[in-house]
Design a protein. Structure first.
Length: 311
């Protein structure tokens, strides 16, 4: 009989690439991981790993076991969900990965509501970029991910993960207030000679923002890069930059920036994903339910001044 725990180590090696990364993810020592995989080879009666320089590579026979292990883990997770659903109380831990603006806008209210409604559910939250968070949820590092998708830019899809829309928010051009001494800005093309702040390259928001500027006829002068949207807001409000900001960042705060509508009124989609095999676990259902209530309680539009014009 093959040991499921050792099979999981083999699958983790397939996902993470090195014994050291498997050990770090599962809180083992690298030597312990290596010993367990050696025992799995004896159980299977075939070679599972071969050395390639300082790394190890899975053999075709190991790939066969990894494919079956994925199905086994899904079945076990479904069994755990069914077992939890048979109980009269909702309890357990839900590990959530969330990007920054959703963490700021959605998580405080969600945590407060969860504590009041489902006190026996423990929520653990880590901030992650959506692409990374989706992969790590698929890899079982998290139970639930809150991710985003920009217009025309599909977020990565994994067959094992479902996808449920949570909310959407408009993306607007944020420029300094009129007291900062900049020339009047009425359209996106008026920012062609100004300094921009954007997220680092590789982020979906960065690619979308660059494409929006190019469609308006110019290459943005991106002088400032930061994944921290609060830092972006400070640069804009202080008169040092302009940027494209989703409405969720303004939840619960006022701003001195001017927020201008973009052509076509583009919106970002915010969604949740969980592994299908765990989707009916009561604690996860509760977290999704409360997240939806929190999202519905937030006004869909940002603090756009009445005089704001289309950019």
């Amino acid at each position: 009989m093959l040991d499921v725990r050792r099979l999981r180590l083999l699958r983790e090696l397939k996902i993470r690439g090195t014994l050291a990364e498997v050990a770090e993810a599962l809180q083992y020592s690298p030597s312990s991981v290596s010993q367990q995989l050696a025992l799995l080879e004896k159980e299977a009666g075939v070679q599972l790993l071969r050395k390639t320089g300082r790394r190890v590579q899975l053999t075709p026979q190991a790939e066969v076991l990894v494919a079956h292990t994925a199905h086994l883990l899904e079945t076990l997770e479904q069994a755990e969900a069914d077992l939890a659903a048979s109980l009269t109380t909702v309890s357990g831990t839900v590990r959530i990965a969330v990007f920054q603006s959703a963490a700021l806008a959605l998580m405080p209210g969600t945590l407060t509501r969860m504590a009041a409604t489902y006190p026996e559910v423990r929520i653990e939250m880590v901030q992650r970029e959506p692409e990374t968070a989706l992969h790590e949820t698929w890899a079982r590092d998290f139970d639930l991910v809150i991710a985003e998708q920009y217009p025309g830019h599909a977020a990565p899809r994994y067959a094992e993960l479902d996808r449920v829309r949570l909310t959407g928010d408009a993306i607007r051009l944020a420029v300094p207030g009129p007291d900062k001494g900049l020339p009047p800005i009425r359209a996106l093309e008026d920012t062609a000679d100004l300094a921009w702040v954007m997220e680092p390259r590789g982020a979906a928001s960065r690619h979308w923002a660059e494409q929006a500027c190019r469609s308006a006829g110019f290459e943005p002068d991106v002088r400032y890069e930061t994944a921290d949207l609060q830092a972006q807001i400070r640069l804009i409000e202080s008169g040092n930059a302009v940027g494209l900001m989703p409405d969720l960042v303004w939840t619960g705060r006022e701003t001195s920036a001017q927020l201008l509508l973009l052509p076509g009124n583009p919106h970002r989609t915010v969604f949740t994903s969980v592994r299908r095999s765990s989707a009916k676990r009561p604690a996860i259902l509760a977290a999704r339910e409360v997240l939806a209530v929190t999202a519905d309680s937030i006004a869909p539009a940002g603090p756009v001044p009445p005089e704001a014009k289309s950019a």
